[in-house]
Write a protein that binds this ligand. Sequence first.
Ligand code: ZN
Ligand code: FE
Length: 254
Amino acid sequence: MIEIEIIPALSDNYIYLLHNKATKHTAVIDPSISQPVIDKLKEKKWELNQIINTHHHNDHTGGNLELMKIWNLELIAPLKEQNRISNVTNYVSHDDEIDIVDISSKVIETPGHTSGHVCYYLSNYDILFSGDTLFRMGCGRVFEGSMEQMKNSLNLLKNLPDQTQVYCGHEYTLSNAKFCVSLEPNNIKIYNEFQEISRLRKNNAKTIPFLLGNEKKLNPFLRFDDQSLKKAIGFEDKNETEIFKYIRNCKDSF
Ligand code: ZN
Ligand code: FE
């Protein structure tokens, strides 16, 4: 059995602790800073064994070194970002099967936000750590890859089962949902989701994890093939990349 602790950090980052109750092994996913991770480990009486990084940005790796000074750790990070993360012990590439707290996990390369970004999928537990590729009601900004790459990356995640629980890198959900309403003002399902998210955030509740099956129905960044979305934005004759690019550009200037 596993346990996941969600640690809010910086202004809107999430750090995750994944703990295997049987083997007592613990991993941290994307430690932006070290102190709240150290505090939570102490509170839970867990020892740290692994750091897992989705990409090189400092708000996902900034706590690596401090944690490595305290524990003897494996640091798992994408091979394609190899000169941009220090002290990596295990590089990973697309389709690699690795053990995260003794649970077999699949590496999915999702270039776009950064050129070597990866997500980690624990198929036996229906869990995805999506980093800054997929957010609830949104996706990451395309900094290093092309729009087509990011669209293809999201397509890979879209192929995962509906019951997948997604743990992403940031609490961007409310602003994402506002954008979704503006993009499709007549979509009642999106409006209802926006209402629910507003209620959660008003109470300072997390909107994470979220169900991939819902995202497939709501998130415009996973719906570049959806007729009703194409119609709403007047793009019925455009291809998937053009649609994705248009929505991403709208969001960037929202
Ligand atoms: Zn990032
Ligand atoms: Fe980030």
